[in-house]
Design a protein around this ligand. Sequence first.
Ligand SMILES: *[C@@H]1O[C@H](CO)[C@@H](O)[C@H](O)[C@H]1NC(C)=O
Length: 121
Amino acid sequence: MRATSFAILSAAALASAAPTTPTSQTATVVVETAHGAAYNDRTNRTITVPIGPTYINTEALGAVSTLYLLGPDAATCTPYKDAQAQVNGGLPFSVGHPSYLSTNSVVVGSLICQASVPDKA
Ligand SMILES: *[C@@H]1O[C@H](CO)[C@@H](O)[C@H](O)[C@H]1NC(C)=O
């Protein structure tokens, strides 16, 4: 009995000592596309965007009405009209603060997601 409970405690100690630091940072972005005039004629597509570099995805970002950030909380993404991230394409978006680009759909040339201090408001 003694030996068994010792083994269980050791396993628990090892599990809690597992590293928790993420290796690479990515943001989870929902691209909402409007297909017609009807408000409910919309579809969602989830993409994974690396935090830092300019992200280009002509297929997923070719028709965008609204951009949502699902996570992480400590990130903000900005849409650009061009692939070089020079021409601003809309307001930045963060968790709980989607960016409404158009009631129809517009082309987003690129996205840049950056780490930010979590918004406690
Ligand atoms: C798309 O996802 C967002 C965020 O989760 C949600 O608010 C919206 O209602 C979804 N739209 C559709 C068409 O599913």
